[in-house]
Design a protein. Structure first.
Length: 94
């Protein structure tokens, strides 16, 4: 089960640096960076097609829960590892 831990690392990395609702303000740079980094990490432990689906799922969750890149980054950075797993990892691997 390396994938959840890799994705948590991905989340932390992404916030150092799909819009389901028009009022949301996620940059294309954020979205493409999320998908690219996630797929590289997730691809270590799953097929490319599974990694793509998993990463899109996690991005969709972030974009549903938060209004923009900055808000998402601050919220996720302040969460425990277990909470990140509950919110972003588990729903996408079931």
């Amino acid at each position: 089960m390396k994938t959840p831990f890799l994705c948590i690392g991905l989340v932390i990395i992404l916030f150092g640096t799909a819009c389901s609702n028009a009022s949301k303000n996620f940059s294309e740079k954020f979205k493409s960076g999320w998908l690219s980094s996630c797929q590289k990490q997730a691809g270590i432990n799953m097929a490319k097609s599974q990694a793509k689906e998993y990463c899109q799922c996690s991005l969709d969750i972030v974009m549903e829960r938060y209004e923009n890149d900055e808000e998402a980054g601050e919220a996720i950075a302040s969460m425990s590892v277990n909470r990140v797993q509950q919110i972003l990892v588990l729903p996408c691997i079931q």
